[in-house]
Every structure is written in structure tokens, then in C-alpha cells.
Unconditional design. Structure first.
Length: 252
């Protein structure tokens, strides 16, 4: 939007702070609505709100470009796109990823993160021990939405265009797929899942036009054989190996 309606302000110093601020405000608004419900109702409500964003993006053609979307030029760089993405922007992405991963790790290992884990395991018990469940869920929602907004800003420059499809609930489903693929109960699981998902999707799209069927079959097999994801399966295998070694050592 800045590139189209205020090109004089379109630069790294403006685009990414604006993306973070707008994502924070939007996630705070949606979070205030969603935290009133739990479990299945929470999930359905988030998907419904997603579609409330998707429809205006499609219908308001003269503002958002409709289904064609908006072009995203390189911010403040007068050079070839491939050279920019492979040089300057690659290092910027790497630094952003490292910073985001560090911040997330600090959050997860902090008392606040431990409280969120308690809420995840047993919301009622967490509330009984004095954890402000709704307030902490709101904070988690805003933090998640802010990180997602920043990631979207990074991705839009790589893609070169933003279309309403990124607000569709199917796009959100890909993020859930990444988490399930890597493993929900570990910090590194979603990261590994995102990398694997990207490669699986690219190869599947290049191999067959029915790539969505292949992706669906993959998630079915994964759910049946590795319900805890790739990382969870590896950890289970490690525990099994160490257990057998322990039994052999005791028997020897």
C-alpha cells in the first residue's frame, strides 16, 4: 500500500516498522475477539475473521487491486531483482530470521512462556494456580500476529506481488501443515517443518498438477505414523535406542 499510495516514503526504514505496527494493531483487535472462546470455537472464529479480511481485499479493486493484487517493488534499491534478493536481501533475511528465532526462544523459556505451556496443557488448572489465562492468551495472540505480519512483509518483497490469497484460510492451513509436519511439541519442529514443507510443495508442483492431493496424502500418512511430527518421531527413536542400550548394558 505504501509503494502504491505513498511511494516517496517507500523504504526499508518505513516499510518494516509499518508492517510490524499494522500487524500488532490488527492482531490486538482480532485477539480481543478470539480469546473469548476456546478450543474448536477459537479456531473457527479465527478462520471466520480471516475471511472477513479476505473478502474486502478482493472486492475493493480500486484500492487493493482485487484478485490481481499489488506490485511490491524493491525498497530503495536501484538494481536487478535477482541480484538484490541473492545479495543484500539474503543477508537481511538471515539476520531477521536469527533475531526472530532468538526472541522467540527467549519468550518460550521465560516465565511467561512457561505459563503459556501450562495453559496449553490444562487451561483450567492454569487458571486455578493464578495464571491470568485470557490476558496471557491475548499477549500470545498479539505476539504471534506481529511476527506473522513481519514475515509477510519479508515474503512480499521476495514474491514481488501481494494478492488476496495470502489472507485466505487455505494459506493459514499451510502454516498449520508446517507445524504438524515438524512437530507441535518442540521449538525446532515448526522451523524444520517449514523447510520441509517448502521443498515438498515445490517438488510436488513440479511433478504433478495434482500436487494438493499429494500434499494431503502426506499429511494423512504423517498423522497416522508420526502424530508428534518429524522432530517428535526422531526423539521417540532416540529414547527407544537409549532404552535398548540401557537394557543391554544392565543385562551384560
Amino acid at each position: 500500500m505504501i509503494a502504491r499510495y505513498a511511494p516517496q516514503y517507500y523504504s526499508f526504514k518505513v516499510v518494516f516498522p509499518a508492517a510490524i505496527l499494522s500487524a500488532l494493531l490488527l492482531s490486538a483487535f482480532f485477539g480481543a475477539i478470539c480469546i473469548r472462546h476456546t478450543r474448536l470455537f477459537f479456531a473457527i472464529l479465527t478462520l471466520a475473521l480471516t475471511m472477513l479480511v479476505y473478502v474486502p481485499l478482493v472486492k475493493f479493486y480500486y484500492i487493493t487491486g482485487g484478485s490481481d493484487g499489488l506490485r511490491v517493488p524493491l525498497p530503495g534499491a536501484n538494481m536487478n531483482r535477482l541480484e538484490f534478493l541473492a545479495d543484500i536481501y539474503w543477508y537481511f533475511l538471515l539476520a531477521s530470521f536469527a533475531a526472530a528465532l532468538t526472541i522467540m526462544r527467549l519468550i518460550v523459556t521465560s516465565p511467561f512462556g512457561k505459563a503459556l505451556q501450562a495453559i496449553r496443557d490444562n487451561e483450567v488448572r492454569a487458571e486455578l494456580v493464578g495464571i491470568p489465562v485470557k490476558r496471557y492468551k491475548f499477549y500470545a495472540f498479539v505476539i504471534s500476529g506481529t511476527f506473522t505480519g513481519y514475515a509477510g512483509a519479508l515474503w512480499s518483497i521476495i514474491n514481488g506481488q501481494v494478492t488476496p490469497e495470502i489472507a485466505d484460510w487455505l494459506f493459514s492451513g499451510e502454516i498449520v501443515y508446517m507445524t504438524l509436519l515438524g512437530g507441535l511439541g518442540s521449538f525446532s519442529g515448526p522451523v524444520i517443518g517449514a523447510v520441509l514443507f517448502t521443498y515438498i510443495k515445490l517438488y510436488a508442483m513440479g511433478y504433478t498438477e495434482y500436487w494438493m492431493l499429494l500434499m494431503g496424502a502426506t499429511i494423512v500418512v504423517l498423522t497416522l505414523l508420526l502424530p508428534s511430527g518429524i522432530v517428535g518421531g526422531v526423539k521417540s527413536l532416540e529414547r527407544l535406542i537409549f532404552k535398548r542400550r540401557g537394557v543391554q548394558s544392565a543385562g551384560g
